[in-house]
Ligand binder design. Sequence first.
Ligand code: DX5
Ligand code: ZN
Length: 214
Amino acid sequence: MLISPSVLSADFGNLQRDIEDICNAGCDFIHVDVMDGHFVPNLTIGPVVVSAIAKVATKPLDIHLMVENNSFFVDLFAPLKPQYISFHIEEEKHPHRLIQKIRSLGIKSAIVLNPHTPPEEIEFLLEDLDMVLLMSVNPGFGGQSFIESVIPKAKRLSAMRDKINPNCLIEVDGGVSDKNVEQLRDAGVDIVVAGSYIFNHTDKKKAIMSLQCR
Ligand code: DX5
Ligand code: ZN
């Protein structure tokens, strides 16, 4: 299992220290939650802070947009050269066009599904995607409880992915811990995002290792 710690749960007064800590502790990506106060009832960080993160990070950025105007935010963050930009299908009228735009900027393209959105919604986009992110909480806040229905949903998506685009990765975000990570692995999930579980541990390396399912 690949691990993408969510910076949302970091100590923003000691952001450099926390980013260095998770990179040294063996994470695979840095998950950056961008919220605009419109698509979700919370407001987080913009390109000034994300570029400060990018400067100290030794792992690639995995940017999760929770915003209304996706294309505008893609332009804002593309210069930071993240590995992934993911956007919500519930907030995009022209997802196919946006996937092509993200890819044309040399960035891997991902779509996010809220807990209520069936995987079939993106069946005809799957061949063009590098990753699908399944929300296992309602987007907006860290520290919420895991919504169990993501497990059968990941299984369904994984079967579709195997048929249509085996290179497309599946990521799950929200309430992930050592209590559910093995079920997620068995359901075909490749990457987990974890915020509070990792940052609430004094030993971040141990927390990351406990999610790796080795
Ligand atoms: C929620 C965010 C998540 C969140 C995860 O909208 O997308 O990335 O920070 O935090 P935990 O792991 O605490 O649920
Ligand atoms: Zn996220």
